[in-house]
Design a protein around this ligand. Structure first.
Ligand code: BJW
Length: 232
């Protein structure tokens, strides 16, 4: 890694699978049990906010019982060691809405698809850490409107902090994708963006993703083994 200074890491549901958080597109994954059109679009929320809030309250309760696994811990150690030296940067971009990277100790995480444990009011733009008293379909504690919603990027909505992400990709020397199927854009296009800038690209995943052929190297296996091996 002598010639590498700037690293961008993209993580997906696969990195949290061994912590007991279900992925989306596995045979027994979330999208097998819930229709995207019912729970993960702005239309679904307009149509049936109670159902949508219930779906997220269930996942909020579940995530708080889970713990980071060795893959999360290795990335925290990498961030600490890598950014400790001058002239180096590391940006961890996650599609995950859990908080396991933070709980493992990563300090700079971009949650491009939002966060389960955050509530956002689309009327007054207030954000609050989610807690039990915000479960169900409550009004916004700040402005009283009924526009309080999960702070989640649904299909058809613009992912968060895209300028910052593309900026980091444009300066990256190494792009690493961990535990994502490569089925959802714009994240699925980051590998091409990084390649176009001359970055080396590495994929760590249980099985080949939809964009595997775009990477310089793919290593297959569970994240809890592959990530510590790569970091060491
Ligand atoms: C392991 C493992 C282990 C397992 N170790 N690995 C046609 C119609 C409508 C929309 C579109 C369309 N065509 C394109 C679009 C755009 C759409 C899109 O991509 N749709 C596709 C389905 C085609 N995208 C959007 O709408 C996005 N917004 C957008 O594009 O805005 C416009 C824009 C324009 C220009 C620039 C920028 C933006 C928004 C997407 C929002 C995605 N939201 C979700 C739901 C979040 C809420 C929630 O959690 O409820 O985000 S969808 C879901 O998929 C979630 C995830 O973050 C995302 C990615 O999934 P991920 O993480 O890859 O999980 P899986 O399950 O797919 O894969 C897990 C992988 O791990 C597998 O490969 C396993 O093998 C592996 N694995 N165990 C290692 N132990």
């Amino acid at each position: 890694m002598d010639d590498i200074r700037n690293i961008v890491i993209l993580t997906g549901a696969g990195i949290s699978a061994e912590s007991g958080i279900e992925t989306f597109r596995a045979e027994d994954g979330l999208w097998e049990k819930h229709r995207i059109e019912d729970v993960a679009t702005p239309d679904a929320f307009r149509r049936d906010p109670v159902l949508v809030q219930k779906f997220y309250d269930m996942r909020r309760a579940a995530v708080q019982t889970k713990e980071p696994n060795p893959a999360h811990h290795s990335l925290a150690r990498l961030e600490h060691e890598w950014t400790g030296a001058s002239g180096r940067s590391l940006l961890l971009v996650t599609q995950n809405v859990d908080d396991l990277h933070e709980r493992a100790g990563v300090t700079n995480v971009v949650h491009m698809h939002g966060e389960l444990l955050s509530a956002w009011c689309s009327a007054c733009d207030m954000r609050a850490r989610w807690s039990e008293h915000l479960s169900g379909d409550p009004p916004c504690p700040e402005c009283g409107s009924k526009a309080l919603r999960p702070d989640i990027v649904w299909f058809g909505e613009m992912p968060y902090r895209m300028d910052e992400i593309y900026d980091a990709l444009s300066q990256s020397d190494l792009f690493v994708s961990i535990g994502t199927s490569g089925a959802v854009y714009p994240a699925a296009g980051f590998v091409q963006e990084a390649r176009a800038q001359g970055a080396r690209t590495l994929e760590l995943n249980l099985e080949p993703s939809q964009g595997s052929h775009l990477f310089d190297e793919t290593r297959l296996g569970p994240a809890s083994e592959l990530v510590p091996q790569w970091v060491d």
